[in-house]
Design a protein around this ligand. Structure first.
Ligand code: ADE
Length: 237
């Protein structure tokens, strides 16, 4: 699977993504990541990519021409039947979920469009964007961090990106609950003991304890997920 990031700050995304697990996956050819500098596509002789919004208001907008042409430079290289999506990361988008990550992981190519300033001319968005995605109800200075979040979560679902140890973990959200607490050696750290049941070797009891802890945590920190889980799993209420 290939990720293409349309951005004014290619170094920012490449530095982050070429590190750690995503960087390893690129080196092993499990995924491809390229950053395309939108500024390279402006036809303005001063390399300008933004202008004032019609109708007035604060801030500047990215212009349609460089954004659209940067997109074309990427999309024109795909075969006609490529499975691709064009994601604009924006606080105005649909909240990003694990399910969306799974959907994106089935594509051949994912193009991520990063906005800056007050956003992007609507006509560029209407021409190219298939999915509007927000990573949460807060506003960042640009789309680079959200694009990195999306790429990180999607790439770890691509077969071969995680090794066995990394992928064997039972994960938060895979069953709709948050993950249970985990412990490693030593069994006593500053007087704090690892729960007895985890040392017992009794797999049935360990599973039961973990499930109870997952429920407890989910109820405390994510009452929304807890209610959904209880409704879906018919837990006698
Ligand atoms: N750009 C700025 N803030 C954002 C957010 N919360 N999600 C996605 N893109 C953004």
């Amino acid at each position: 699977m290939n990720f293409h990031i349309l951005t004014l700050f290619p170094e920012m995304v490449m530095q982050g993504l070429m590190t750690s697990i995503t960087g390893r996956a690129v080196k092993q050819n499990k995924i491809g990541i390229e950053a395309v500098n939108i500024r390279d596509y402006t036809q303005d002789k001063h390399k300008k990519v933004d202008d004032y919004p019609y109708g007035g208001g604060a801030g500047m907008l990215m212009q349609a021409q460089p954004v659209y042409d940067a997109y074309r430079s990427v999309a024109d290289q795909f075969p006609a039947n490529a499975k691709k999506r064009v994601v604009y990361v924006t606080p105005q988008g649909t909240p990003f979920t694990q399910q969306m990550a799974q959907d994106f992981a089935r594509q051949d190519d994912l193009i991520l469009l990063c906005g800056h300033y007050e956003g992007i001319d609507e006509r560029a968005l209407e021409s190219i964007v298939t999915d509007y995605v927000s990573i949460g109800d807060y506003v960042l200075t640009g789309g680079e961090l959200p694009a990195m979040v999306v790429i990180d979560s999607v790439s770890r679902l691509v077969p071969g990106v995680l090794n066995n140890d990394e992928s064997a973990q039972t994960e938060s959200f895979s069953d709709g609950l948050l993950e249970y607490p985990q412990y490693t050696r030593p069994a006593n750290y500053k007087g704090m003991e690892v729960p007895e049941v985890l040392l017992s070797g009794h797999h049935g009891n360990i599973e039961k304890w973990r499930h109870e802890k997952s429920l407890e945590r989910t109820k405390k920190y994510r009452p929304d997920l807890y209610e959904k889980y209880m409704a879906e799993n018919n837990n006698g209420r």
